[in-house]
Design a protein around this ligand. Structure first.
Ligand code: NAP
Length: 516
């Protein structure tokens, strides 16, 4: 514990300059808790550092930085967005082994960034935040970690990610299975798959990478595909020595590569809008052609062809997924799982699938934003109660009733057409501007409810004209069908909307009790 550690409202662990101060006075160093040390949290910490704010503490329940890139160690784990844009724009990397970096490379990249920007000395790993409560009299947040310890901060940046809590369906008999079973995001490296009968449940982004990576090892592979996904080619050219040398020694080349990839991806935005149906139609035919070219079995071709619009779900990228499904020892079951038995799985058509190992590629609790942190705002408001029928925020960053709380990768900010890292940087910039304002004026800011409501009405109006509301499987919507995960527009539009904090959209408050 540092000497700044304290559990009384007057002090905090993030403030590194100055002595205890009265909270009605302008503060020069607001203390900030950043929750999560993945791409989002680390990016927010770096944004603060680069702007001279070093009074933050970054918490992560895991043992180091990296978030999903630390946790997903399954065979074949890699990015499906080109690494020149799936990296911080201010920290471009010349050493990617290929256009799409592997999990190990991305994790190492994030560790290097944390080291370079001096984040590690302000990080508390293996520390899970379980609750945060806004204390109106002092205008500060009381943050509780697992085990009961409490700290005080002027502001919170919640960067807990959408895909950090694995979801295994709550099936009958789950605990009766006699073999090994685990989620793809919690890979059990002690289990040897060689010569085993393996069942992979799910056919999303993780399964598409994992199945080709294990197909040669196993004796039988069963892929349980409740809904097929559209899968495109992964143009994953490798970087040779000469290219790497050039990238390293001509810095503007890495910038050029970043910009070209970014602009290329941004041109994909129209495919999410219904008015561009003809354009999407061409893409659709191209993806169907890929299925015909890579799969010989007509029944299998039919089974893997989605019946929903291209783009309403993530278009996956793989050159070896379909060939892996078409192998003699692979069986694709176009079914859902209904039950687990000691011997394997029972599917919704009654088929019993025998397995030695079950791998759950069944996704994450993606729409439960910020869970399981118990967040209490002004007047005792509970965020999770208010979000019961779907989370809402302003710009995906601020929530009315929860002052000085800023989210990274909040509701309706998922990136389907370009790189999420761009959006995370814009959110960090926004939070940093707000924190600078708090530093100047003291007190707190709270987005106005009418501003938030108007913003969300507009988001849902835009979504009505996109493929996301055309009825597709996946996790972008709540069980009631409200789309809460994706941003219905271009990345340029998001950058414009978040470029400068409009402080008139916020209520400004002063604590009514001075700190001691
Ligand atoms: P996912 O896309 O949510 O896929 C979950 C799969 O499990 C779906 O196929 C789902 O079917 C299936 N499923 C769920 N419950 C089932 C049941 N009871 N019986 C049968 N099937 C069931 O999960 P994911 O593949 O882990 O990917 C999650 C997200 O992580 C992706 O969307 C992506 O954003 C991210 N990701 C990114 C990368 C990258 O390269 N950047 C790599 C991996 C993952 P339904 O479709 O019918 O629900």
């Amino acid at each position: 514990m540092s000497e700044n550690d304290n559990t009384t409202p007057g002090k905090d662990i993030g403030r590194t300059r100055g002595s205890a101060y009265r909270s009605h006075m302008p503060t020069t160093t607001p203390s900030v808790a950043i929750i999560g040390a993945g791409f989002g949290g680390l990016g927010a910490a770096i944004e603060l550092e680069r702007n001279g704010i070093d009074s933050y503490t970054i918490f992560d329940r895991g043992p180091g930085v990296g978030g999903v890139w630390r946790d997903n160690t399954y065979p074949g784990a890699a990015c499906d967005v080109p690494s020149p844009t799936y990296s911080y724009s201010f920290e471009l990397e010349s050493e990617w082994s290929a256009r799409f970096g592997s999990q190990a490379e991305i994790k190492a990249y994030l560790e290097r960034c944390a080291e370079k920007y001096g984040i590690l000395s302000k990080a508390r790993f293996n520390t899970e935040i379980v609750a945060a409560r806004f204390d109106e009299p002092t205008g500060r947040w009381e943050v509780e970690v697992d085990g009961g310890e409490k700290f005080w901060f002027d502001a919170l940046i919640c960067a807990t990610g959408q895909l950090s809590r694995p979801k295994i369906p709550d099936l009958d008999g789950l605990n009766t299975f006699a073999g090994d079973h685990f989620h793809s995001a919690r890979w059990d490296h002690s289990v040897d798959l060689r010569g085993k009968k393996v069942a992979v449940v799910g056919s999303g982004a993780s399964a598409v990478q994992l199945v080709p990576a294990i197909v040669d090892e196993v004796s039988e592979l069963h892929v349980i595909q409740r809904s097929p996904n559209w899968v495109g080619n992964k143009w994953n050219h490798k970087s040779n020595r000469q290219v790497k040398w050039l990238m390293r020694n001509v810095p503007s080349l890495a910038r050029l590569q970043h910009n070209v990839e970014w602009v290329w991806y941004e041109t994909r935005v129209p495919i999410i809008f219904n008015q561009f149906d003809p354009l999407r139609g061409g893409f659709h035919e191209w993806l169907k052609f890929k299925i015909r070219r890579e799969i010989k079995d007509p029944e299998l071709r039919k089974a893997v062809t989605p019946n929903y619009k291209v783009g309403c779900n993530r278009v996956l990228l793989s050159n070896d997924w379909y060939p892996a499904l078409d192998r003699d020892h692979t069986t694709v079951h176009a079914n859902a799982v209904t039950k687990v038995t000691p011997a394997g799985l029972v599917l919704d058509d009654g088929t019993e699938v025998e397995a030695d190992v079950i791998i759950w590629c069944t996704g994450f609790t993606a729409t439960e934003y910020l869970a399981p942190i118990d967040i209490t705002g002004r007047d005792g408001r509970k965020l999770h109660t208010e979000w019961k029928s779907g989370p809402e925020a302003y710009l995906g960053i601020a929530v009315s009733g929860y002052p000085n709380l800023f989210m990274i990768y909040g509701p309706n900010t998922g990136s389907l057409t370009n790189t999420i890292i761009f959006l995370l940087e814009k959110q960090a910039r926004y939070a940093r501007q707000a924190i600078q304002r708090i530093a100047q004026n003291g007190g707190w800011i709270d987005v106005r409810q009418d501003v938030q409501d108007q913003f969300n009405a507009e988001i849902q109006r835009k979504l009505a004209g996109t493929v996301f509301t055309s009825g597709c499987p996946g996790w972008y919507h709540t069980d009631d069908g409200k789309v809460v995960a994706v941003w219905p527009g271009s990345h340029v539009a998001y950058a414009r909307a978040t470029g400068k904090v409009d402080f008139d959209s916020f209520e400004h408050g002063r604590p009514d009790r001075a700190r001691v």
